[in-house]
Design a protein around this ligand. Structure first.
Ligand SMILES: [Zn+2]
Length: 250
């Protein structure tokens, strides 16, 4: 694909991040020429998408098969009351296109499963997990390991958030299956506080942007737990499991 240069308008729009140490025009160009897929346009997805679009990721694909409900509005900050009963992927595409007309945003109102994974996830430089269930997370984990696509895992429960970065190109990087058993049962309705979703999603977006601009160090092998009740951030070191059925050496 042809690399697009930075325009005068973009220089002005991204001025305050281009001057970040080690970012520069190179960092901005990397974002502009990147394709990021955000899976889930709910609570985590709302904030992740806002920051990725604002930062100038050139190509954003949004996968979500859900319609907006009133009970989503305590945390899904991309939407408002007029959006109820409309598909989130298409709403997100419309809203983000107004935020940044210089980037390409495609919302896909489809279900991600084993059959659709290749079609929906191809061409990604990075994937962001903004899901609410482990069944689809494990599918994304497998897809990313098999296709060597880095991905940011994020999850929330009540006042707790969790983030980890999985880089299948890095031999030290554990995957979700290295420490989570695959038989985690569906949770059904679980408690969520919007502001903690926002913190967790902001960390996911930061990890994605850092990776693409090649700035700093990602949460590889390090599970960040945000304990909103005590407002403590804990890092749990996770080692790659050589017997892992997804990323281990068979
Ligand atoms: Zn693994």
């Amino acid at each position: 694909m042809e690399k697009k240069p930075i325009s005068k308008n973009e220089l002005e729009r991204y001025d305050r991040q281009i001057i970040i140490s080690n970012w520069g025009l190179d960092g901005q160009l990397r974002l502009k020429n990147s394709t990021v897929i955000v899976i889930g346009a709910g609570g985590l997805g709302s904030t992740v998408l806002l920051y990725l679009a604002a930062a100038g990721i050139g190509n954003i694909r949004i996968i979500d098969n859900d319609i907006l409900e009133l009970s989503n509005l305590n945390r899904q900050v991309l939407y408002n009351e007029d959006d109820i009963n409309k598909p989130k992927a298409l709403l997100a595409q419309m809203k983000l296109s107004k935020l940044n007309k210089d980037i390409r945003i495609v919302g896909i109102n489809e279900t991600l499963d084993e059959k659709s994974a290749d079609k929906l996830l191809n061409g990604a430089d990075l994937i962001v997990d903004c899901l609410d269930n482990f069944k689809t997370r494990f599918l994304v984990n497998r897809y990313c390991i098999n296709n060597k696509i880095p991905f940011v895992h994020g999850a929330i429960y009540g006042l707790e958030g969790r983030v980890m970065f999985i880089d299948p190109k890095n031999e030290e990087s554990p995957c979700l299956n290295c420490f989570y058993p695959e038989d985690i049962p569906p949770m059904g309705k679980f408690p969520v506080l919007g502001s903690v979703v926002g913190i967790t999603a902001s960390i996911e977006a930061t990890e994605a942007i850092k990776y693409l601009t090649k700035i700093g160090k990602n949460l590889i092998g390090e599970f960040l737990v945000i304990d909103g009740r005590l407002m403590k951030f804990k890092s749990i070191i996770i080692k790659k499991n050589p017997k892992c059925k997804t990323c281990g050496v068979n």
